[in-house]
Design a protein around this ligand. Structure first.
Ligand SMILES: O=C(O)CCC(=O)C(=O)O
Length: 304
C-alpha cells in the first residue's frame, strides 16, 4: 500500500484496487458461482455467517464461498490484496465472514439504499447491522498505523458503470464524530439519495476495499436489463475481534495452505497462534461428543 493509497484511504475510507483479479480468475469465479446457482435453486451464497442451512447445523458450518474451492480459496490471501490487509489491520488478522451478493433489477418498492456504519462508533444505536455503542467497526489512525474493526474486500465480477448502482458510501464518514442523521439513512428512490453519497464505478476484476466504519450501502441496481452485479465479499477483523457469531473451521475446506488455515482461526487475543489452535479443535470435538450423547438420549426416549 503506497503513500498515495494510504492518504486516500484515510481521507475517504475506501480504495479501488484495479485489476486485483486476472481475467482467468474472474472467469473461473464466475463459472463456479453460476454452476452453484444452477445446482441450487435457492442457493445460500455464503452469508454474514449469521445463517445456517439447517437449524441443527453446527455454527462453524454456516455457508461460505470457501466451499466452492479453487479460486474462491485463493481469494483468502490474494497477493494483490494482502499488503492492504496487513497495513489496515496489522498482524494476525482473520477472515470473519464472506458472501456473494447478486444485484439485479428490483421491483420499484424494494429499491432502497440503506446506508449503515459511519461515525466514530460506526452506526450508532439505530444502525441496520446492529446497535453499536462502542464502535465494533471502528476506524483510527495513530502513531503511523491504521486500526480498523472490520475491513471489507469486494471483488467485482462484472463491470459496474456509473449510474448502474452498486457500492456507494459517504467518503470521510469513518472519521465523523456525529452519527449519520436518521433521515439520510434510507433513500427509497434514486432521487432521494443525498448528493454527498459517492457511487463507485468499478470493472470486473477490481476490488473495492473499505472500512465498515465508513457509512456505506448498495445503490439498487439500474443496469441494463439482463445484466447483474455479482460481487464476492471477504471481510477481515483484527485477531481479537469478531463480528460474526459463527467462526470458521479450517478442516471443513479442502486444500488450504497453513497461512490460509491461520486466517480461519476463531478470534483470540493470541491471534492465529498454535497455542490456541488445539483448544479450538478440542471445543469442536466436545461439540461432536455432545451431539452424539444427545442423539443417544433422544433414541432411548424414543424406545420408552
Ligand atoms: O453492495 C455493496 O458493495 C455494499 C455492501 C454492504 O453494504 C456491506 O458490505 O455492508
Amino acid at each position: 500500500m503506497n503513500d498515495d493509497e494510504k492518504y486516500l484511504f484515510d481521507l475517504r475510507g475506501f480504495l479501488v484496487v484495479r485489476n486485483a483479479l486476472t481475467h482467468a480468475q474472474v472467469d473461473d469465479l464466475s463459472q463456479g458461482l453460476e454452476q452453484h446457482r444452477q445446482n441450487n435453486p435457492q442457493p445460500i451464497l455464503g452469508s454474514d455467517r449469521t445463517v445456517l442451512s439447517k437449524a441443527k447445523d453446527r455454527a462453524w458450518s454456516s455457508p461460505s464461498l470457501l466451499e466452492l474451492g479453487g479460486t474462491f480459496i485463493d481469494l483468502l490471501d490474494l497477493p494483490a490484496i494482502v499488503p492492504y490487509l496487513s497495513t489496515l489491520l496489522g498482524e494476525h488478522y482473520r477472515l470473519d465472514h464472506d458472501y456473494a451478493k447478486i444485484d439485479s433489477k428490483m421491483p420499484a418498492r424494494e429499491r432502497t439504499l440503506y446506508l449503515h456504519g459511519g461515525g466514530q462508533g460506526a452506526g450508532g444505536p439505530d444502525d441496520l447491522v446492529g446497535p453499536s455503542d462502542g464502535g465494533q467497526c471502528y476506524y483510527r489512525y495513530s502513531n503511523g498505523r491504521f486500526f480498523n474493526g472490520l475491513i471489507a474486500v469486494a471483488f467485482e465480477l462484472d463491470d459496474v458503470h456509473e449510474g448502474d448502482g452498486g457500492f456507494a458510501c459517504v467518503p470521510g464518514s469513518h472519521k465523523s464524530h456525529v452519527g449519520l442523521p436518521r433521515h439520510w439513512r434510507h433513500s427509497k428512490t434514486q432521487a432521494e439519495i443525498p448528493d454527498f453519497v459517492t457511487r463507485v464505478a468499478a470493472n470486473a476484476g477490481d476490488a473495492i476495499i473499505f472500512t465498515e466504519a465508513c457509512a456505506h450501502g448498495t445503490v439498487p441496481w439500474l443496469g441494463q436489463p439482463g445484466r447483474e452485479r455479482r460481487t464476492l465479499f471477504y471481510k477481515y477483523c483484527p485477531h481479537a475481534v469478531a463480528w460474526s457469531p459463527c467462526f470458521y473451521n479450517a478442516h471443513h475446506y479442502q486444500g488450504l495452505t497453513p497461512s490460509q488455515q491461520q486466517l480461519l482461526m476463531p478470534p483470540s487475543a493470541y491471534g492465529s497462534h498454535e497455542a490456541t489452535a488445539h483448544i479450538w479443535e478440542k471445543a469442536q470435538e466436545e461439540q461432536l461428543e455432545l451431539q452424539r450423547l444427545r442423539a443417544e438420549i433422544a433414541a432411548l426416549k424414543g424406545h420408552d
